[in-house]
Write a protein that binds this ligand. Structure first.
Ligand SMILES: *Cc1c(COP(=O)(O)O)cnc(C)c1O
Length: 251
């Protein structure tokens, strides 16, 4: 017994040096479990946000069993997805321009979710591209600007219901998975952001006659995922705490 745990400790110590991503992922996973247990919730899906990081870093997380990764530049996803295992579930979490929709749908068959739908135009484009590709329906989230501040991306809380209804009723090749928020324009979050997203979910649930537990909440990043879990997040997006600081400041 004592021998075994000393061996395990040694393994972890080695991992911290040789496998920083695997070690950090292990740490985040246990923090997620703890935070979830504290409020008696099922642990949320952990999207490991790999933007700006090389395929090798993603492979390291994959090798210890992680499968869900998030990117927010189309170009990066187009470069990494084909050289990594095809059972990865990619989440697109950046601003998606309509003219990039077709390429991402066609080049990344294992794209599992687009978390950043913020217009009926984008929803329509995605729906058409998915239909044309013949792939199964694509899960999407409506991105909500919960900060009340001027931002190019995300719909305001008062527009969420109509966009969610559009996806739900007019886009047969999309599956409305839930709602997503970044928080403040500087990528930090306040409790108000999380409360606002939860309130939007209630509105959508009522309007579409869907149980709230069928509408996900994507909220919480490196700095605040534990708080987001306490407030009901089902999908957290964690980048720098897993992969290390990014080399350039990006959105
Ligand atoms: C970069 C990014 C994240 C991860 O941010 P970290 O603070 O590094 O965890 C999450 N969500 C979105 C939309 C991002 O662009």
């Amino acid at each position: 017994m004592a021998l075994l745990s000393r061996q395990l400790l040694k393994t972890f110590a080695t991992m911290a040096v040789d496998k920083p991503v695997a070690k950090a992922l292990e740490d985040v996973t246990s923090r997620v479990r703890l935070a979830s247990a504290k409020v008696n919730r099922t642990p949320p899906r952990l999207v490991a946000v790999s933007k700006t990081k090389p395929a090798e870093a993603i492979q390291e997380a994959y090798d210890v069993g992680h499968r869900v990764f998030g990117e927010n530049y189309v170009q990066e996803m187009l470069e990494k997805a084909p050289v990594l295992p095809s059972d990865i579930k990619w989440h697109f979490i950046g601003h998606l321009q309509s003219n990039k929709v077709k390429s991402i749908i066609e080049a990344v068959p294992n794209l599992a979710m687009v978390e950043t739908v913020d217009s009926t135009k984008l929803a329509h484009k995605l729906n058409k591209a998915v239909e044309g590709s013949g792939r199964p329906p694509l899960s999407v989230m409506v991105q909500v600007n919960t900060s009340g501040e001027e931002s190019k991306y995300g719909v305001g809380p008062s527009e969420v219901v109509s966009l969610a209804r559009h996806v739900f009723t007019q886009c047969p090749h999309l599956k409305l998975a839930g709602l997503m928020t970044i928080g403040m324009p500087d990528y930090t979050s306040r409790p108000e952001n999380f409360e606002c997203l939860a309130k939007c979910r209630e509105d959508v649930s009522q309007d579409l006659g869907l149980p709230v537990d069928q509408i996900e909440l994507s909220m919480g990043m490196s700095g605040d995922f534990e708080q987001a879990i306490e407030m009901g997040s089902t999908n957290i997006r964690v980048g720098s705490t897993i992969f290390g600081a990014r080399n350039y400041h990006d959105k």
